[in-house]
Design a binder for this molecule. Structure first.
Ligand code: NI
Length: 169
């Protein structure tokens, strides 16, 4: 296992459309999943890392809302999410987001309040989850990374909704 380096803006690799994963028996994939989990655990208050943030252009992310500073009352704990697809969105919510790839900023981003998402787990087994609130926000943020999008792309006004961090994490 290894802690991976996180690419930061404006690295071009953060802008790629990541590839679908097909071979779940590939030891390199299983190793990458373990490395992403270790990387997430090593970073304070880190609730998600997407493979493209580590220079691997694959449709894979890990998340764990329990690692956050204020974990929500209900969440699904550690998730390994491969080839995700959001099937249904409902409601909207504005919330503050940060990103390891944009370490100096936070921003107010509009997201769906609830999402129904289908994906494959690390064994390739199909899963469907309904996520709400903060956990839904994290999932949408991380899936954006698989499509080469950063939260700053979704900010309406850089003047009023983008904030410089006072203290870097
Ligand atoms: Ni991010």
């Amino acid at each position: 296992m290894a802690i991976l380096d996180i690419l930061t803006y404006p690295d071009d690799r953060l802008r790629e459309h990541a590839e679908e994963i097909e071979d779940f028996s590939d030891p390199a994939l299983q190793c990458l999943i373990d490395d992403l989990l270790e990387t997430m655990a090593s970073l304070p208050a880190c609730v998600g890392v997407a493979a493209p943030q580590t220079g691997r252009s694959l449709r894979l992310l890990v998340m764990d809302c329990g690692n956050g500073r204020k974990p929500p009352a209900h969440h699904h704990g550690q998730l390994v999410v491969i080839n995700p697809d959001i099937l249904h969105w409902s409601g909207t919510d504005i919330g503050r987001e940060g990103c390891l790839s944009l370490p100096d900023y936070t921003g107010n981003v509009v997201r769906a309040q609830t999402v129904r998402v289908t994906f494959q787990d690390r064994q390739g087994v199909a899963q469907t989850l309904e996520l709400t609130g903060y956990e839904a926000r994290v999932m949408q943020h991380e899936i954006d990374h698989l499509d080469g999008r950063l939260f700053t792309d979704r900010i309406v006004s850089r003047k009023t909704d983008l904030f410089q961090r006072k203290n870097r994490l």
